[in-house]
Write a protein that binds this ligand. Structure first.
Ligand SMILES: [Zn+2]
Length: 56
């Protein structure tokens, strides 16, 4: 899985300036093309829940 080492075509999120894939919702702040399209906090909560379930 060496695909993860290379990250071609990354762009900077205009809101949080993190490196993200182009044409995707920013996973850090949920912005896409200037709009808040994802409830990032809600997603994090879900991920944490899943992680805890996996531990069990
Ligand atoms: Zn962002």
């Amino acid at each position: 899985m060496h695909l993860f080492l290379k990250s071609p075509g990354l762009v900077l999120c205009k809101k949080c300036t993190k490196k993200i894939l182009p044409h995707t919702v920013c996973p850090y702040c949920g912005m896409y093309r200037g709009r808040q399209v994802v409830d990032v906090l809600g997603q994090l909560a879900k991920k944490e829940k899943k992680a805890k379930e996996k531990v069990k």
